[in-house]
Design a protein around this ligand. Sequence first.
Ligand code: AHG
Ligand code: MN
Ligand code: MN
Length: 282
Amino acid sequence: MTEIVKTIEKIAIEIYEAIKTKDTGKVNSQNKSGDVQVKLDVISDEIVEKYLLKVSSVKEIMSEEKEKPVLKSGGKYLVAYDPLDGSSLIDVDLSVGSIFGIYEGGYSGSEIKAAVYVVYGPRVEMVVARDVVELFRLNEKTNEFEFIKELKLKNKGKVLAPGGTQAKWFDFHKKMIDSLFKEGYRLRYSGGMVPDLHQILLKEGGLFSYPATIDKKEGKLRKLFEVFPFAYVYKKAGGGAIDGYKDLLSLDCKDYHETTPCFFGSEYEIKKVLETYKDKKL
Ligand code: AHG
Ligand code: MN
Ligand code: MN
């Protein structure tokens, strides 16, 4: 596992370099989820593949940008990753990220063994969740990631990151978000799940939601590359991660690119979501 985390550090440094220097334009293709790819999605995917396939403990890799996994010989870990999350924000110079889920045995919520994400913002930070959740920051003078602190969520936060197209929200979801704002929560939403979830984690609480909507009952965010890794991070930090009804890490995954509605937050807000959703049929 340490070998994988060390390799992600090298990957992060190389992707950050690409973000700073390469063209921000689109390519003429879509990935399996139907998203228009930008050149940096493809470049980042190639960087991750190049490094991870050299790691002896890795058995196979699977990416948001790939149709099926790439296998190698030896190793026991399956690494599923989103090489560049929030890539549509690149051209407006907002923060983006990379997300890695490290699985053993298969790709499901119960088989995730560790999660790592990197935020490329004004500074580059990496969060590693194993038994505990730890924050590291890139020192650009030495090119080393330095340990900053352990991260823990408090029982309740002050900010909300409510995703999804509001015109398509279910009424009960809208009422829940409105009532939280009425309690005094403030809006903090960039449209990149890495910086949005990073903010809530660093501010020690709040709620990020990407719900089921009238037109998309299965939500938008992908289980293997986005949802399970962040569910692992939030649960290890003492918070919760649910699909509205159940723990996200109790879900299986039938298709590599399967999506699910998702809520990540501290205990108080997650309880509110459970109370709101418990008798609602989508
Ligand atoms: P990606 O760039 O990897 O396709 O993912 C973007 C995700 C996530 O970062 C964000 O929370 C969500 O898409 C926003 O989606 P909408 O802009 O469609 O609401
Ligand atoms: Mn993504
Ligand atoms: Mn992506």
